[in-house]
Ligand binder design. Structure first.
Ligand SMILES: [Fe+2]
Length: 462
C-alpha cells in the first residue's frame, strides 16, 4: 500500500503555454534548415517567430507557420477516445540562404498582442555543407527508439527502456554528429498522444542542435481501412497524423512521408514502408528518381533508408512467414539498388543489429568483410532497429548473407571522410562501444565500373 511520507510545496507551471522542444530538420534545399516546436499559443493570441543569425552577428526575425490537428482526424481508438489529448500548436520556421558550415544561433518566441514576447531557450546549429563538399560528415542512423523515464515511472507500454541509453550516447557524442536519422517507430505513443510531448522532450538536446530526420513506421501509420499498406492496429488510431505534424520532413507531401535529403557527399533516399512502394506506384517513381538523380562524382555515398526491412533480416517473425524480409520488398526494389549502385540500405523494425555481405538476389556478390575496395559489387543491407524498443529474436538457421549480428540496443554512425572513404560503425547503446564496422574505399572510376545488372548496353561502333 502506498503511504504518505511527506508533502512538498505546491507546484504550478510558470507558463503552461510556453514554447518548448525545438526540433531541427533539413529543408527542401541544402541551404535551408527548419525548426519546429510546440506551444499553447494559437495564432489568435500570439505571432510565432524565430530570432536567428550567424553566431555573433546581427540576428533577424523570421515568421513561423502554425498547425494543429483535431480529434476528428484520428482514425480510431485509443487516439480518438481515451488516448486523445489536445496537441496544442505546432510551429515551423525556415532558416534560408544559409552559409555552408557556419554556426548559427536561434531562439523561438511568440509576440503576444499586448506586445510582450515569450521566449524559448537559445540554441545553435551548424549549417549543412554544400552538396559534394569535401569535408568530414557524420550521420547517425537508427530505428525504433521510443521513450522511457529514468525513474521508471512509466505506467503502460513500458518496453522502450533501451531508449534512455541510446539518447544518452547520442547526447554525449553530439559534437561529433552532424545529422540524425530516426527511421520509423518514433515514440510508440500508439494512440496515447501525450507521449509525443514526452518523446520530443527526451530528444530535445539532440534535435535542437542537429537536424533530426524521421521516417514513417508501422507505429506511426498503420490502421485498418486507412490506406496504409498494412492493415494492423499498430498506430493506435493515429493513422500518421501526429507524426506528420510533430516533425517536419522535406517531403513534397508530408502525408506520403517519402523524401530525399542531401548532406555534403551523402544522398539519402527515405522511403515509407507503410505505403505501397511496388512498381507502378507513385512511391516507386520517387525511389527511382531519388536514386538516379544524384551526381556520384560529387555525392558518391548513396544510402537507402526505410522502416520495415525491404532487404534482408534473420528476424524470427519473418522466418515464421517463410521469408527474410517484408514480402515484395527486395523483389521489386533490388533491381533499382543494383542499377543505381546503392552503397548501403538501412532499416529498423527488427529490434537489433544485422549486416549482410554485399548481396544481390540472395547471393553474396562479394565476401562479407570489414573492408571493401574497388568497384561496386552489391548493396550492403544493415538493420539498425535496436534504438530502444524490446529486442527481437533471430532464427537459429543463419543465412550465408548474414555477415554480422548483435541482439542488443544500438545505433549506426556513417562517417564520410572524403569522396573515397566511407566508414560504417555500429555502436552499442549500453557503453558506446563499436561492435561492428566496415570501410568502403574507392575512386570515382570504381563507381562507374560495370558489374552485375548495372550497366546500359554498349555498342561496337567507334
Ligand atoms: Fe516497426
Amino acid at each position: 500500500m502506498p503511504k504518505l511520507i511527506t508533502r512538498s510545496n505546491s507546484i504550478t507551471f510558470a507558463n503552461p503555454k510556453a514554447p518548448v522542444y525545438p526540433r531541427l530538420a533539413q529543408g527542401k534545399s541544402w541551404d535551408e534548415m527548419t525548426v519546429t516546436w510546440t506551444s499553447g499559443y494559437s495564432t489568435k493570441e500570439a505571432t510565432p517567430f524565430v530570432e536567428w543569425g550567424i553566431q555573433g552577428q546581427i540576428q533577424i526575425l523570421s515568421p513561423a507557420g502554425t498547425l494543429t490537428f483535431s480529434r476528428d482526424t484520428m482514425c480510431g481508438p485509443p487516439a480518438r477516445t481515451v488516448g486523445w489529448r489536445d496537441p496544442g500548436f505546432i510551429h515551423t520556421s525556415f532558416f534560408k540562404d544559409l552559409w555552408p558550415n557556419l554556426k548559427y544561433t536561434y531562439r523561438i518566441g511568440h509576440r503576444l498582442f499586448n506586445g510582450q514576447i515569450v521566449w524559448g531557450r537559445q540554441n545553435s546549429f551548424k549549417a549543412p555543407p554544400y552538396p559534394g563538399e569535401d569535408s568530414l560528415q557524420r550521420v547517425v542512423i537508427f530505428g525504433d527508439l521510443g521513450k522511457a523515464e529514468i525513474d521508471g515511472s512509466n505506467e503502460y507500454n513500458d518496453f522502450e527502456r533501451g531508449s534512455i541509453n541510446t539518447t544518452y550516447q547520442l547526447v554525449k557524442d553530439l559534437k561529433n554528429i552532424d545529422m540524425v536519422m530516426h527511421i520509423g517507430d518514433i515514440c510508440y505513443a500508439s494512440g496515447y498522444l501525450s507521449q509525443w510531448d514526452q518523446f520530443t522532450a527526451q530528444v530535445e538536446p539532440i534535435a535542437s542542435t542537429v537536424p533530426y530526420m524521421v521516417a514513417s513506421g508501422n507505429h506511426e501509420r498503420d490502421w485498418p481501412g486507412s490506406g496504409s499498406f498494412y492493415g494492423t492496429l499498430d498506430s493506435g488510431g493515429e493513422c500518421g497524423v501526429p507524426a506528420q505534424n510533430m516533425f517536419y520532413v522535406p517531403a513534397e507531401n508530408r502525408e506520403q512521408f517519402w523524401y530525399l535529403t542531401d548532406y555534403g557527399m551523402f544522398r539519402f533516399c527515405v522511403a515509407n514502408t507503410e505505403l505501397d512502394w511496388r512498381p507502378g506506384t507513385e512511391q516507386y517513381k520517387f525511389i527511382e528518381h531519388c536514386l538516379s538523380s544524384v551526381d556520384r562524382q560529387k555525392q558518391p555515398w548513396l544510402i537507402f533508408l526505410a522502416h520495415r526491412v525491404l532487404g534482408y533480416s534473420s528476424a524470427t517473425f519473418y522466418g515464421a512467414e517463410g521469408t527474410t524480409e517484408e514480402p515484395m520488398g527486395r523483389e521489386s526494389l533490388q533491381l533499382l539498388w543494383q542499377k543505381y549502385r546503392v552503397d548501403i540500405a538501412m532499416y529498423g523494425h527488427v529490434h537489433g543489429y544485422e549486416r549482410t555481405c554485399p548481396v544481390y538476389e540472395n547471393v553474396c556478390v562479394a565476401k562479407g568483410s570489414d573492408r571493401y575496395s574497388g568497384a561496386f559489387t552489391a548493396t550492403t543491407h544493415v538493420v539498425v532497429g535496436g534504438g530502444g524498443a524490446s529486442l527481437a529474436e533471430y532464427t537459429a538457421e543463419r543465412a550465408r548473407w548474414s555477415h554480422a549480428q548483435d541482439l542488443d540496443y544500438g545505433f549506426a554512425k556513417l562517417t564520410a571522410f572524403n569522396h573515397t572513404t566511407l566508414l560504417m560503425e555500429y555502436k552499442r547503446s549500453r557503453d558506446g562501444s563499436v561492435r561492428d564496422s566496415f570501410t568502403v574505399s574507392r575512386d570515382y572510376r570504381d563507381v562507374l565500373a560495370c558489374g552485375v545488372d548495372n550497366c546500359a548496353a554498349t555498342t561496337m561502333a567507334s
